[in-house]
Ligand binder design. Structure first.
Ligand SMILES: CC(C)(COP(=O)(O)OP(=O)(O)OC[C@H]1O[C@@H](n2cnc3c(N)ncnc32)[C@H](O)[C@@H]1OP(=O)(O)O)[C@@H](O)C(=O)NCCC(=O)NCCS
Length: 273
């Protein structure tokens, strides 16, 4: 099933649409234990998003390293800083755990492939159409899962002393830059992190990475609505946007294809599921 992302209008998302060829809903079911497990595990409408405090995984699942495969361990060990190794490793282990629960396999038996922009997907999906997106920053990770529905998540920890002024022209269109310049200095930084995370979540849902200039992504803000409702990403009415509260100093966004999709936020900060 090619997902209809609408006209490739101001966003020019035709290429992105081409990358979003998902398994057909009516794809022939595979027989065997895997498919039985898939059927047994309830599917859900919309999306589920886990907000994960990384330290909670160490406490509740000290053996998380055993979920990783050899290339992931190698990749983890290539990070110079211990905190970067930990952030990557814990997040990937949790991604495996959540996918494994849906697929009815042990976490190490989940296999990944990547598209040409680096977006990971299931290498051997037995017909579930399971889509996922991952982000990690500071002490937190976000993992979003949806069936037959592109999803993108992004979390960013604000870096102290950073105003984002230098990256604003990359994130924003000229019209957005004008809007942002009318804000006071404190509000401006928060607004830029907001724009950054929303656009990155959207670009991740499309799977095209930064080959797609964030400044070209259509993002509009209304001043007469509450925070989630204030923003519109992409073609109006085609995407659901949620802005979850993570912790002080963090900005986050979740984009799910389709209007008014339910998004079930699950906080994992004290105990494991
Ligand atoms: C890779 C990218 C998609 C996100 O990178 P990031 O913000 O540094 O990191 P995040 O933690 O949010 O996301 C990383 C995850 O995105 C996923 N990812 C990688 N490429 C992806 C792609 N093309 N599409 C969707 N997801 C992708 C992977 O799961 C990756 O996790 P992993 O490294 O543990 O395997 C890409 O957009 C990037 O390099 N961004 C740099 C940040 C930036 O300059 N943003 C501009 C403001 S809009």
């Amino acid at each position: 099933m090619a997902v209809d992302l609408g006209p490739s209008g101001p966003d020019g998302i035709a290429e992105a649409a081409a990358t979003l060829r998902l398994p057909r809903r009516d794809a022939p079911a595979e027989s065997g234990p895997i498919m039985h497990a898939v059927v047994r595990n309830a599917r859900w409408e919309g999306a589920r998003v886990w907000i994960i405090r990384l330290a909670a995984v160490d406490d509740g699942w000290p053996g998380w390293r055993s979920a990783l495969d050899a290339p992931e361990v190698e990749r983890m060990n290539r990070f110079v800083r211990a905190e970067d190794r930990h952030r990557f490793g814990v997040t990937r282990a949790m991604l495996r755990k959540l996918l494994a629960e849906v697929l009815g396999r042990p976490p190490p038996a989940v296999t990944f492939a990547v598209n040409r922009f680096g977006r990971p997907r299931l290498a051997d999906d037995p017909g579930t159409g399971l889509c996922f997106s991952v982000s990690h920053s500071g002490d937190y990770a976000l993992i979003g899962l949806a069936f037959h529905r592109p999803i993108g998540v992004d979390v960013e920890r604000a870096r102290p002393g950073t105003t984002l002024a230098e990256v604003a022209p990359t994130i924003c269109s000229p019209a957005e830059l004008q809007e942002v310049s009318r804000l006071g200095p404190g509000e401006r930084t928060a607004d830029l992190y907001r724009r950054w995370t929303i656009k990155e979540a959207y670009i991740k849902a499309l799977g095209v990475g930064l080959s797609y200039p964030p400044g070209n992504v259509g993002l509009s803000r209304r001043t007469d609505a509450g925070s989630d409702q204030a923003w519109t990403i992409g073609v109006r009415g085609r995407w659901t946007l949620i802005l979850p509260d993570i912790a002080p100093g963090y900005s986050a966004a979740v984009t799910v294809f389709g209007a008014n999709q339910p998004v079930d936020l699950r906080r994992m900060d004290g105990s494991m599921p």
